[in-house]
Design a protein around this ligand. Sequence first.
Ligand code: GAR
Length: 214
Amino acid sequence: MSHSDLPRLVVMVSGNGSNLQAILDACACGELPARVVAVVSNKADAYGLERARQAGVPAIVLEKFKDQDRRTYDAQLAETVTAYRPDWVVLAGWMRILTSAFLDQFPNRVLNLHPALPGTFPGTHAIERAYEAWQKGEIEKTGVMVHLVPDEGVDVGPVLGTRKIIFRPDESLEKFEDRIHKIEHDLLVETLKSVLTTKDTTSYPKGKVHEGKP
Ligand code: GAR
């Protein structure tokens, strides 16, 4: 397959972009037969943009104005992303809830990474919240997942891949976070590899939530 025939990924980030880096690296070494055609961020200072530039990938900032309505912003975002003709849109640390004004433009083509198991710790600070729950003796394991984003639900949707992670006695939050991030880098690349060969994701029932529990 020539470089220009490879599946096209638009990666959306709001921060550090270590997961974006995992994708860029996997594409560069041929492990992931795809190419990142653009990186879009809602934050001008997201380090992920710098990672994109260093990889020679267009780095686009689209910030929401304070008084701008969410749907108007999302429609603009969809237009920006559409211009890069993505086969897949990957939310890798994208920390805004997307409305149907965006999602309807890419049905069954938007993937999200979340550092928790299906049905647990949706939203921000999932890793810290899971760690706290473990310290209180409420849980023994957590995990990471990649799922399709069918609607405005927060970190829910048809699950494409998960990894369970067991807490280790005496592990600091910092060490635990590092371990989670390494595992999510791996899971994201692996899941992308498998979806790239799936031409038809409509077989994933729209909106159905996998009921997995940690
Ligand atoms: C990752 O841990 C990702 O799972 C999480 O943001 C982090 C981004 O890290 N996403 C969510 O919490 C989505 N609700 P990165 O910028 O280094 O890739």
